[in-house]
Design a protein around this ligand. Sequence first.
Ligand code: 5AD
Length: 436
Amino acid sequence: MCYAIPGRVKALHDNVAIVDYFGEEKRALNELDDLAPGDYIYAQGGYVIEKILPKEAQAILATWKEVFFQLQETDLRLSRLDFEKEGVEKRLLRILDKALEHITLTRTEVAYLFSVKSQKALELIGKTANFLRQKYLKNSCCVHGIIEISNHCVQRCTYCGISQHNTTLPRYRMSVDEIISTAVRAVKEYGFKALVLQGGEDPAYSQDELCKIVRSIKEEAHVLISISFGEIGIEALKKLYDAGARALLMRFETSNKKLYRSIRPGKDLDERLLHIRKAEEFGYLIMTGALIGIPGQTKDDIINDIYLAKELKAEMYSFGPFIPHPATPLAKSVPCNGVDVLNTLAMIRFIDPLRAKILITTAFETLQHDAREKGLLAGANSVMLNVTPIAKRQAYAIYPDRMYQATDVGIQINETLSLLRGLGRAPTDLGVHLVP
Ligand code: 5AD
C-alpha cells in the first residue's frame, strides 16, 4: 500500500531536489547523503523521505500511470465552475471573480463571504474554493496517520475531554517501545509516509524519551514525523527537531486573547504562539489552526484565526468544530454547526489559495457523516487516519463519540482510498508545487 507516488529526481540544487511526477515538477528538501539525479524517491511534506530501487519505482509507476491521469480528469470535471449565476448577489459574484483572478481579497470581502446565508451562495463559495484548490494544488491529497500516545494531561482546558476536569476517564500511556512499534508498523505494514505523534501534556515522558521515540522510528522506517505534545518548551522543540521530527502540530485554539484566557485558564496565547514561531525558526513545518464554534467566539474571531495561521506560515491548516464534552465546564454549550465548518474551510482557501493544505478533522467527521466529501469539495485537501491501537482509542476522548474509535486501520485506508478515487484525488503528498 503506498500513499505517495514515487518521483524521479531531475536535478539537485544544494539541498533542493527537483522531482518529476509524470511530467509535473515539484520541489522537495533533501536530507539524504547519497541522493543523485536519476534516483527515484518518495517525498512527503516537501521532504525527500526515502530512496527507492528503480525497478520497484518503475513497477509502481506503471500501475499508477493510467490511474494518475484518470484521477486528474475526474478531479477536473468535479471542480468545474458550472454554477448558475441567476439570482445571486452581484457583490458576491464580483468577490468570487476577484479570487478567481488571483487578486487578494480584502478583509471586508472575506467577512462578507463568511456572512452569506443562502444555500445557493454557500454552494457557490464552496465550489469556487474547490476550483482554486484544483487550479493551484491539483489533485494531491495528504493522508497522514495519527498515533495518540497518552491521554494524561496536566492542563485544565475548559473544552477538552482529556483535561483535568474529566476525573472519571480511564487514563493510558503508551510505553516508548509500543509507540515505536506502532509507528514502524504504520509505515511498514500500512504504507504511511507521514505520522503525527500526539498526546495530552504528559510530563511522564522525559525529553530524552520523546527524542528516543522520534530517533528510533526514523532509524527503523522512512517517514515524516510531526509532533503534537502541547507546550513542551522551546528547548525540547529544538531537541526533538535534532532527533528528526520535522513538523509541529499545535493549534493556538483561538486568536482572541481574552477568549483564550477563558478557555485555557492560567495560560497565555503569546506563550503558545512563541512555541509555534520558534518551531518554524528551527525548521519545522507548521500545522496549526483553531477551534470553530467555541462559546463566545465571533465570525470575526474565526477570520482572525485564519489570518493568524497564515502569518504563522501554516503548511497545514487544522480547523475543526468544537464539540462539547459532558465532563467539562463547557458541557452544556451549543455544538458548532457543519455549515460554519465548511465555510471556514472555504475561507482558508480564499485567504491562502496557493499553498494551503487544509485538513478535514475527525471532529468534523464526527459532526456529520459526509464531512470528508463535502470538505474536499469546498477547498480542503488533507485527511488524517487514526492508527492508535484500538484498545486505547476510545479513551482519547477529547470530545464524545469520536469517529473511527473502533475502525481497523486497513478499513479506514480502504474507505479513504475509495472516497478519494471517486473524487479524483491522488493520495499523495508531493511536496511544494512549482506554481508558475
Ligand atoms: N471539541 C473539538 N475539538 C477539541 N479539541 C479538544 N477538545 C475538543 C472538543 N471538545 C481539540 C483541540 C486540540 C486538539 C488536539 O483537539 O483543538 O488542539
